[in-house]
Design a protein. Structure first.
Length: 383
C-alpha cells in the first residue's frame, strides 16, 4: 500500500535531526555531491548563529511517506530584501526531495502557503538563504559543485516547474583552463589591452598585502557593499554578516588570489579568488556519525600534504558605481586570471555566478576565452 505524503513542521531538535541529515540519505549514490562540514551546515540553519536570521524569519518543513522522510524545504521572509528592492516576496530554500512529484508539490505548496499566510504575493527560490550563500537551481552542468555553489539532481527542474514555478533569472558560471591560456596568444593581446585601458583611466591594481591582512580586510568590507550595490537581487551585508564572511574567507584565503583596484589613487574595487575546498571535502566526505575532528584531519591531509585542489573560484568582485565603465572590472579580472592560471598550482578557474542580465561581465568573461559550463536558475510563483 502506498502511503500519502505528510508534511511536518520542524519544531524541536528531534524534528531537526532528519531535516539536517536528509541530504546524506538522498545523495548517497551520487558521485558528484559534496557534503559540507557538519559544523558549517549547523551554523547555516541555526537561527541564533547565522547573522542573516537577524532580519529573516521562517520555518523548516519535512515531507514523509509513512515513517520515511522523502524531502525537505525552508520557507522564509527576507525583510531587508523587500525593503531594499521594494518587493513583497518570500523565499524557499533547503529544497531536497526524491524524484517524487507528489512530495515535491506538497513541499513547494507548503512553502508557498506559508509565504502567502504572511501577507506576501510571490515566492522565489531556491536560495539558502541569501545571495552570499547558495543561490539558484543547477539546470545545466551536472559535475561536482564548486565551493559555495549549489548542486542538485537534474530532475529538480521538472519537479519545480510542474508545481507552477517559472523562470525568474538565470546565472552563469564560466570556466577557463591553464592549457587554453598557454596555447593561445589571447592573453598576451588582452594584457596589452588591459595595460592601455589602465593607463588611459589612471587605474592601478595591487595584490593584497599578506603582512597587513587585518587592514586589508577592513578595506574589503568597505568596498564590498558599495561594489555590489544595485546588482539584481543583492542585499547589502550587515556588519555582523561582513564579519562572518571575513572569518569564513580567512579559512581558505590565498593572498596570491586577491587584488584591489584604484582610480586616481582612490579605492575603486576588489576581486578575490578562493581555492575550491569542495575538492578536499569530496575526498573527506564528512557525514553524521563521524567526529568532525576526524574530517578535519583528513581535510588537512588533502589540502596541505597531498593537495587535490585543481580548481579556483572567483566568487567576489565589485566596483564602486562611480568607477564603472572605465575598465576596472576587466583589469582586475585579467590580473586574477593570470595569477590563478600562470602563478599558482591551479589548472582551472570558475568565474561565477554571473547574472544573465549582467551583459558587461558576460562579455568580459567571453572575451577572455572563458565559456559557460554551468547554469543556475531562480524560479518564482505568484500567489
Amino acid at each position: 500500500m502506498t502511503h500519502g505524503v505528510r508534511i511536518h513542521k520542524v519544531e524541536d531538535k528531534a524534528d531537526f535531526k532528519p531535516f539536517f541529515e536528509f541530504p546524506w540519505v538522498l545523495y548517497k549514490d551520487d558521485p558528484n555531491w559534496v557534503p559540507n562540514l557538519l559544523s558549517m551546515r549547523r551554523d547555516l540553519f541555526d537561527k541564533a548563529k547565522n547573522p542573516a536570521w537577524e532580519y529573516m524569519y521562517g520555518e523548516y518543513f519535512t515531507a514523509w511517506r509513512g515513517d520515511k522522510i522523502v524531502g525537505t524545504i525552508a520557507a522564509f521572509i527576507n525583510r531587508r530584501h523587500n525593503e531594499f528592492h521594494q518587493e513583497n516576496i518570500g523565499w524557499f530554500g533547503a529544497f531536497e526531495v526524491y524524484d517524487d512529484q507528489e512530495a515535491a508539490i506538497a513541499l513547494l505548496n507548503t512553502a508557498a502557503d506559508w509565504v502567502k499566510s504572511q501577507g506576501f504575493n510571490a515566492i522565489r527560490g531556491p536560495q539558502t538563504f541569501t545571495t552570499h550563500e547558495e543561490v539558484g537551481l543547477l539546470i545545466d552542468g551536472f559535475s561536482p559543485p564548486i565551493i559555495l555553489m549549489s548542486y542538485n539532481p537534474p530532475y529538480y527542474a521538472r519537479l519545480i516547474e510542474s508545481a507552477g514555478f517559472s523562470k525568474c533569472m538565470d546565472m552563469f558560471s564560466f570556466s577557463l583552463n591553464r592549457d587554453e591560456v598557454k596555447t593561445s596568444d589571447l592573453f598576451a593581446r588582452l594584457e596589452r589591452i588591459t595595460q592601455s585601458v589602465m593607463k588611459r583611466n589612471n587605474i592601478t591594481i595591487r595584490p593584497v598585502d599578506s603582512k597587513r591582512l587585518k587592514e586589508e580586510f577592513v578595506l574589503f568590507k568597505d568596498l564590498y557593499n558599495a561594489g555590489w550595490e544595485k546588482n539584481w537581487g543583492f542585499v547589502p551585508m550587515t556588519p555582523k554578516e561582513l564579519d562572518a564572511l571575513v572569518a569564513s574567507l580567512g579559512q581558505f584565503f590565498d593572498p596570491k588570489m586577491a587584488f584591489y583596484a584604484y582610480v586616481d589613487e582612490q579605492p575603486a574595487g576588489f576581486i578575490m579568488g578562493l581555492p575550491n575546498f569542495n575538492e578536499v571535502l569530496h575526498k573527506v566526505y564528512p557525514r553524521p556519525g563521524v567526529p568532525e575532528v576526524v574530517s578535519l584531519i583528513k581535510a588537512l591531509y588533502y589540502w596541505k600534504i597531498k593537495p587535490v585542489m585543481k580548481w579556483a573560484r572567483i566568487p567576489l568582485m565589485g566596483v564602486k558605481a562611480e568607477y564603472r565603465n572605465k575598465g576596472v572590472d576587466a583589469a582586475m579580472y585579467f590580473y586574477l586570471l593570470r595569477a590563478i592560471l600562470r602563478e599558482t598550482n591551479y589548472f582551472y578557474s570558475d568565474s561565477g555566478w554571473v547574472l544573465e542580465s549582467n551583459t558587461n561581465m558576460v562579455n568580459i568573461a567571453k572575451s577572455f576565452g572563458a565559456h559557460i559550463y554551468k547554469t543556475y536558475r531562480l524560479y518564482e510563483r505568484t500567489l
